[in-house]
Design a protein around this ligand. Structure first.
Ligand SMILES: C[S@@+](CC[C@H](N)C(=O)[O-])C[C@H]1O[C@@H](n2cnc3c(N)ncnc32)[C@H](O)[C@@H]1O
Length: 220
């Protein structure tokens, strides 16, 4: 049976004669330029994949470290009096939040029982495996609130208004922030949220929340 015509894997030109060894050649045999070109392409692709991985790793690391601007934390303090617990934080973030007690990644605030009169929560925004952190952390806050462990809380989430986890927050007053919040990173870099942000209030001072947060956007 006649074998199908062979073409160079780089330039696509028809390869006129079979390789002397009997193996089917992959590149033009005459100059070797196509083989070299293919090699250079492979090296370049490998290098850029490595760079991409490094960049992604950095972004993923940074993606949980987005700190809330002062004016919003001050507003939460104005409503609740003080912030007793910030369960998702870091020593650097707490310099500004000034919660009496905070948990960071090493203490894993998610696994703790949150017992506090007032809680400020801006949960990590990325995913843990396949599960949204916002889903996990808001469910935990609601459970602690309903159990009576937390008396009052303000949580900052993205406007994922169609998700199941967000629907659990609808019974509570919320402020739909106008514009994009400019979060800060540990290096001081500022970054605008890519989606809208929403503050949700759990507690009995609903009118106060409405008054204080009303300046950031519509409160429903
Ligand atoms: C979006 S930042 C908010 C930080 C701060 N609460 C604020 O409002 O500026 C989320 C923080 O949660 C921390 N974090 C992530 N996983 C955590 C965990 N399991 N326990 C406690 N903190 C965690 C991150 O390191 C990060 O500092």
């Amino acid at each position: 049976m006649k074998s199908p015509p062979a073409y160079c894997a780089t330039c696509g030109k028809h390869l006129p004669r079979p390789h002397r060894t009997g193996r089917r050649p992959r590149y033009c045999l005459r100059t070797g330029a196509c083989r070299q070109k293919a090699y250079r392409r492979r090296v370049k692709a490998k290098r850029s994949a490595k760079l991409q991985r490094a960049r992604l790793g950095h972004l993923q690391q940074e993606s949980v470290e987005w700190y809330t601007p002062k004016k919003y934390v001050e507003a939460a303090r104005k409503v609740m009096g003080e912030i007793e617990l910030d369960p998702a934080s870091s020593p650097q973030a707490n310099r500004m939040v000034q919660a009496k007690l905070f948990y960071d990644q090493t203490h894993d605030g998610f696994t703790k029982t949150w017992r506090a009169r007032t809680v400020w929560l801006n949960p990590p925004y990325c995913k843990s495996g396949n599960t949204s952190n916002q889903a996990m952390w808001t469910a935990k806050l609601l459970a602690e609130y309903k159990a009576g462990n937390v008396h009052e809380a303000i949580v900052l989430v993205t406007s994922a208004t169609g998700t199941t986890w967000f629907h659990r927050l609808y019974p509570y007053p919320m402020c739909f922030v106008k514009g994009r919040i400019q979060f800060t990173t540990p290096t001081g870099k500022r970054g605008g949220a890519t989606k809208g942000s929403i503050f949700v209030y759990l507690g009995t001072q609903q009118e106060k929340f409405r008054q204080v947060f009303g300046r950031f956007g519509v409160v429903k």
